[in-house]
Design a protein around this ligand. Structure first.
Ligand SMILES: Cc1cc2nc3c(=O)[nH]c(=O)nc-3n(C[C@H](O)[C@H](O)[C@H](O)COP(=O)(O)OP(=O)(O)OC[C@H]3O[C@@H](n4cnc5c(N)ncnc54)[C@H](O)[C@@H]3O)c2cc1C
Length: 463
């Protein structure tokens, strides 16, 4: 790596994520060994699959629930993310309102807020120590154009029932002082989590409830009544897909959800004087209003975890394996981190990694169970899955049990979204979008409003 970035002597690139560094990357448990009959089979042991198993077993302890995981529980985004347990919805309120009306979109927003406390409550109940602190989220604007967008987004939020107590503009010097910030907002609806501790704790809780999680067991075919693997077939009335960013690897689903890459770096622990200087005392999550946006957390052991878009998309919807991150991405994230916090320049990068998240064509999430076939799924969270997966788990429970509840009436249930374009259009679209976003961010340094380039980018990909 060139001299632009300061790497720790023990720097690690990939190896799933920094979040497994203290515990060690888990050794996968037993794989499926022959055919099985179950009531519900779930494909994928990330938050979606595990929350679904958890709530199903809580509701009906007699149900035979089996989870099939190709690597180990928490191998995917659930063991790699930025640890924002966020109340933000994936996609726009308007799109959820388009089918079910504005009131339904407001209800969905409220359920998202409530889901944060639900996750925290289960962590307490199941003794899952995931370093959770509900310190809210600060979003900063560092150009006049970003500030205009921030103000507009706060005003627009009011129309969706998001009140002053949920989200408000604050003085950027008030807390979490980011260099060059000209405006900021704060919302209490976000908690910091250690992602891998959450997913590993959930896997433990689910196993204790009597769910079998087979690891090293890739599902090669999902069909009504069965999930097929090289080691046997699990037959069940309900087959639920919880494969999010990996969905494109399944037969017939290549264009369903685009596997988008996101990358993170984490610094060495920073001294108390640093946290005092920047006023980052409440474990708030930190985001910004750039088109090519960043997201950050203060970890429980006083590091900065700093994420953003690296190489956004690999041709043909390929997905990475163990999170190795391109040198230029590590360098770009480090430069941005230092630009945000010049006082962190004396630190260095301890770990870098990447993962994939699922992006539907309209950037809005879906949860669905077809009562005729018993097939179901949830995902397309576009980077908001830490909280949404919990709501998905409870909603899939109700749908599988055939119960009509407030959750099954939410407007993301049963949404139909068109597929992404075939290649090379898909690759061209995503890369053009991010190129335009980069150019727009650059231009906005010297203009008051949002660059037209960003609007063109939004149009191309329906963002
Ligand atoms: C770098 C990064 C940062 C992020 N930051 C945030 C954040 O701060 N806040 C937020 O809300 N969201 C964030 N996200 C998104 C969030 O992590 C995901 O939306 C969420 O974890 C999705 O959970 P999941 O269980 O649906 O998918 P995953 O956690 O990806 O789990 C899917 C599982 O399915 C398994 N699988 C796939 N295919 C098969 C198969 N054929 N057979 C068997 N098993 C299979 C995979 O191995 C994997 O374990 C981030 C994502 C990334 C990548």
């Amino acid at each position: 790596m060139n001299g632009q970035v300061s790497l720790s002597s023990g720097f690690v690139n990939g190896d799933v994520s920094f979040w497994y560094r203290s515990s060690g990357v888990p050794s996968p448990g037993p794989r499926l060994d022959g055919d099985l009959q179950a009531d519900v089979v779930i494909v994928g042991a990330g938050y979606t699959g595990l929350w679904t198993a958890y709530y199903l077993k809580q509701a009906r302890p007699s149900l035979n629930v089996v989870v099939l995981e190709k690597d180990f529980a928490g191998f995917g985004a659930s063991g790699r993310n930025g640890g924002w347990l966020t109340g933000d919805l994936a996609g726009s309120h308007q799109r959820y309102a388009a089918t079910h009306g504005a009131e339904a979109a407001r209800r969905l927003q409220r359920e998202m807020y409530a889901s944060i406390d639900e996750v925290i409550g289960v962590c307490e109940k199941e003794a899952i120590d995931a370093d959770v602190v509900k310190g809210g989220v600060v979003n900063v604007a560092r150009t006049p154009a970003q500030a205009a967008r921030l103000r507009a987004s706060v005003s627009a939020a009011r129309a969706w029932g998001i009140e002053e107590s949920d989200l408000r503009l604050v003085d950027p010097a008030e807390r979490l002082r980011v260099a060059g910030a000209v405006a900021a907002s704060w919302s209490p609806h976000c908690a910091r989590v250690q992602p891998a501790k959450l997913v590993q704790g959930l896997a433990r809780a689910v196993r204790e409830l009597g769910v079998t999680v087979y690891e090293r067991t890739p599902v090669t075919e999902i069909a009504p009544g069965r999930a097929v693997t090289p080691f046997g077939t699990v037959r069940a009335r309900h087959v639920l897909r919880a494969t999010e960013g990996f969905t494109s690897r399944l037969k017939g689903l290549r264009r369903q959800w685009l596997p988008m890459n996101s990358s993170l770096i984490v610094t060495e622990p920073l001294p108390a004087s640093f946290w005092e200087t920047v006023g980052w005392q409440g474990s708030e999550l930190l985001g910004d209003m750039a088109h090519y946006y960043m997201y950050a957390q203060r970890t429980a052991d006083d590091r900065i975890g700093f994420g953003g878009r690296g190489r956004p998309y690999l041709y043909g919807s390929r997905v990475d394996a163990r999170g190795h991150t391109h040198e230029r991405t590590v360098e770009a994230l480090w430069k941005l981190l230092i630009d945000f916090f010049p006082a962190a320049a004396s630190s260095s990068v301890a770990h870098a990694w990447s993962g994939v998240l699922g992006v539907p064509r309209d950037w809005c999430s879906t949860v669905h169970v077809d009562p005729a076939t018993g097939l179901g799924w949830a995902g397309g969270y576009t980077g908001h899955g830490v909280t949404t997966a919990n709501l998905a788990g409870r909603t899939l429970r109700d749908l599988v049990l055939g119960e009509r509840t407030a959750l099954t009436a939410l407007p993301w249930v049963g949404r139909r979204v068109r597929a992404w374009e075939p290649e090379p259009l898909r690759w061209l679209g995503v890369h053009t979008m991010y190129r335009l976003y980069r150019m727009a961010d650059h231009r906005e340094r010297s203009m008051p409003g949002t660059s037209v380039l960003a609007r063109v980018a939004d149009l191309i990909t329906g963002h």
